[in-house]
Write a protein that binds this ligand. Structure first.
Ligand SMILES: [Fe+2]
Length: 330
């Protein structure tokens, strides 16, 4: 299925063949880039097998930017099939599922990205598929943690926060399926408000920001709460977590300086997941810390900010996770 017509080179986004491989049909027109030209290669509804050869040759595949949403909806089908495919070894399955989820969610966290009901529904489905499996299967959750991307990007931080949050919530004794689902959704979306913060603010450590930049940064929980509520047309059950994820037990957090029991337990869970991933992936231009050093900092350099009981649960989990990571590496 090919055409000779040369399409404009701008307005296209790359797509990775392997993410399409599980679909029954090509979800939107797929183009190839060759010699500076953009050529229609596979049309909507055609057999994805036609792409396999080009993919094997390493020819870049792209889709129209306008078709990205359609493609990402279909990638959720691909994610579901990947998670259910027990013929793939667990580590490879986790890596593939993570990569597909990252591909879907990366668009959500682009600067000034549009976040409407369709977008909210799409990424909620993505995270629900992950948490739905991990809520039932500890082994899958642990393998996923060991496979997670460690270099800092906002969308991978969002997925990591959702996964750590789910693990900690389970360790803390939360068993209700709806509550676990909402903690996963909250973990994914806590920083959606950062899409409105300029890159020059996000790329520097907070201590280098001026007073106005800090004010803008510290508004992101309030902005995120408003974005999600507006997109869904109602306040979702996890919205308070977005608002509270930078509140700290000792009252030192923001935006409201809430303390102790004023902060919901699910907000406390997600806050630990958020900070741990931030410290271990080197967010805001900082070098990444080793897991041990990150926990030390959370417990002793920031005493009183996080619940001791939750930190103990989290550290116990990390011990198990690092054992899995070592066994995968060896
Ligand atoms: Fe945040």
């Amino acid at each position: 299925m090919s055409a000779k017509k040369n399409y404009p080179t701008r307005g296209y986004l790359p797509v990775i063949w392997s993410y399409l491989a599980r679909l029954d049909e090509v979800p939107c027109d797929i183009f190839i880039r060759s010699g500076g030209r953009t050529i229609l290669y596979a049309t909507t509804g055609s057999n994805p097998e036609t792409l396999r050869e080009k993919a094997r040759e390493g020819v870049p595949l792209v889709v129209r930017e306008a078709d990205t949403y359609l493609l990402r909806r279909m990638l959720n089908v691909s994610l579901k099939r990947t998670l259910a495919d027990t013929t793939i070894p667990p580590t490879a399955r986790s890596k593939e599922a993570y990569a597909i989820a990252a591909s879907i969610v990366s668009h959500t966290f682009r600067p000034r990205a549009r976040f409407d009901r369709d977008e909210a529904t799409l990424v909620q489905e993505t995270v629900d598929m992950l948490t739905g499996v991990f809520a039932k299967e500890d082994d899958s959750l642990w393998t996923m943690v060991a496979s997670m991307q460690r270099n800092m990007q906002t969308h991978s931080h969002a997925i990591n926060t959702a996964i750590y949050s789910l693990g900690l919530a389970k360790a803390a004794g939360i068993t209700d399926a709806d509550q676990l689902r909402d903690i996963g959704r909250a973990g994914l979306l806590v920083d959606i408000g950062l899409t409105t913060v300029p890159a020059r603010v996000l790329e520097r450590p907070p201590e280098e920001l001026d007073a106005q930049e800090i004010r803008v940064l510290r508004q992101h929980p309030v902005v995120g709460y408003a974005i999600v509520t507006r997109a869904l047309g109602q306040t979702p059950p996890y919205a308070h977590v977005i608002l509270e994820h930078h509140e700290r037990l000792d009252g030192s957090g923001y935006p409201s300086g809430r303390r102790g029991g004023q902060i919901a337990i699910d907000s406390q869970v997600v806050a630990i997941a958020d900070v741990y991933d931030e410290l271990t992936t080197g967010r805001f231009g900082r070098p990444p810390l080793a897991p041990f050093d990150a926990c030390q900092q959370m417990r002793f350099a920031r005493p009183g900010q996080f619940s001791d009981a939750l930190m103990r649960d989290f550290i116990a989990l990390l011990g198990g996770w690092s054992a899995i990571r070592l066994s995968i590496a060896s």
